[in-house]
Design a binder for this molecule. Structure first.
Ligand code: NZQ
Ligand code: ZN
Length: 386
């Protein structure tokens, strides 16, 4: 096992009807900015419930943060923060609204002229304006981690940021929010959280027995509940397990003491930036091809995964590992997710070259857990995904 440090300061308030507990977590003299997305919270009642829970606070609002939170729109929210002397951010939404809030938390205290530098000059953000979240869509784990991904349409870029200053103070996780989520987004949540685990698990063995079991238990739970989430109207037990899996998949626990990959995400982000494909779907397009391309480096963990998650008992390490890859692709497909780029865009020709050139320009020469996935490997993997 590798050396590690672990600190996660986010308080989780989990369960049905827990929203009223939120007020006690926010300093009473705060000037709060409530941030939300395109309006789903107004239809499903979450907006009214949050307003009721926040009674007595001085509160401003900023709605309209889109999926894949857009830099230009976030700059408008930043203006409100400055003009209204906001001191606390309350994020009500899925990963996009929460990530947008993290950007604003950093940007509110940023001293340079161009807040985009927060995303491109790769410094870890050590301090931010305090914020809490009310999660409306289980998927990203953003509610209990300190990372964010921000999109800039103008340049077709999607970049990551983060640091210890960007953990939410608290997150309210009510599994009942799942009732109003469209199937497409539920499938995305299952696929995204599944891939968060594989990014931190399908690497190479380092004798981290407990971390492997943590990862496998999340994967197994997601596989078990997926049909209930996708096919049944609403099942509280499945919904609560789904929500907790998504949080645990990316709150910094399962990656402690083990190598992490994240190359699938880095390639996937480019597909969203170029074609607007939902984040989770980009991962489904890339993952299996990435594992196939880097088969020799990953085969031991792939075989262990096939055995323990998919109950593949027969065959050599290589045979089991190959079945593990097939099972992964079939899992995405079982959620109704297409795993080929050509299913999403007709103009996929040249995508691989664009992405590998971007990585080269950014100096991303060594991705993956062994730091050996070069831009030319990226080009091949993306081509395999057409
Ligand atoms: O905008 P509204 O109207 O709220 O609608 C949203 C949006 O259209 C809707 N929705 C959310 N909760 C709902 C609901 N509809 C009905 N009922 C509800 N209760 O769902 C749509 C998608 O929302 P979004 O927040 O974009 O989805 P998700 O949570 O999947 O977030 C995706 C973003 O997170 C980033 C992705 O790159 C992408 O930008 N990620 C963030 C990570 C992190 N911070 O750790 C890690 C991930 O790997 C990922 O990259
Ligand atoms: Zn993801």
């Amino acid at each position: 096992m590798k050396n590690f440090q672990l600190k996660n300061p986010t308080k989780i308030i989990f369960g049905k009807d827990q929203l009223s507990k939120m007020a006690a977590e926010i300093p009473k003299d705060s000037k709060v900015l409530m941030l939300y997305g395109g309006g789903s919270i107004k239809k499903n009642g979450i907006y009214d419930n949050v307003k009721a829970a926040m009674e007595g606070f001085e509160i401003e609002e900023f709605g309209g943060i889109p999926a894949n939170p857009e830099y230009d729109i976030l700059l408008q929210a930043l203006k409100v923060i400055k003009e209204k002397d906001i001191t606390f951010l309350l994020s009500v939404g899925g990963g996009s609204v929460i990530d947008g809030t993290k950007f604003l938390s950093a940007a509110a205290l940023f001293e340079g002229d161009e807040p985009w530098d927060i995303l491109t000059k790769s410094k870890r953000t050590m301090t931010g304006m305090p914020f809490g979240t009310v999660l409306t869509l289980p998927a990203t784990g953003s509610e209990m981690n300190s990372g964010a991904v921000i999109t800039r349409k103008e340049t077709k870029e999607k970049r990551t940021m983060g640091g210890p200053g960007l953990f939410p103070e608290f997150s309210v996780l009510d599994p009942e929010v799942i009732k109003s989520i469209p199937k497409r987004q539920l499938a995305n949540g299952l696929a995204d959280s599944f891939t968060h685990v594989t990014e931190q698990y399908l690497t190479y063995p380092v004798g981290a027995l407990l971390q492997d079991r943590f990862a496998e238990s999340i994967l197994q739970t997601l596989v078990d509940i997926a049909p209930k989430i996708m096919e049944e109207d609403f099942n509280y037990e499945a919904a609560s397990n789904f929500m907790w899996c998504c949080t645990m998949a990316l709150n910094g626990l399962i990656n402690k003491g083990v190598p992490s990959d994240w190359a699938t995400h880095m390639m996937g982000h480019e597909l969203t930036a170029l074609y607007g494909i939902d984040h989770a779907r980009t991962l489904a397009i890339i993952a299996g091809n990435h594992y196939t391309h880097n088969f020799d480096d990953k085969k031991e963990k792939l075989a262990q995964y096939a055995e323990r998650v998919w109950d593949v008992r027969e065959g050599t390490t290589e045979e089991k590992a190959r079945i593990g890859i097939t099972k992964t692709t079939e899992f995405y497909q079982s959620l109704g997710i297409d795993t080929k780029l050509s299913a999403y865009t007709e103009s996929y020709d040249g995508t691989a070259e664009i992405i590998s050139k971007r990585f080269e320009e950014r100096g991303w020469m060594k991705l993956g857990e062994r730091q050996n996935v070069s831009p030319s490997d990226v080009e091949e993997i993306v081509k395999m995904s057409y």
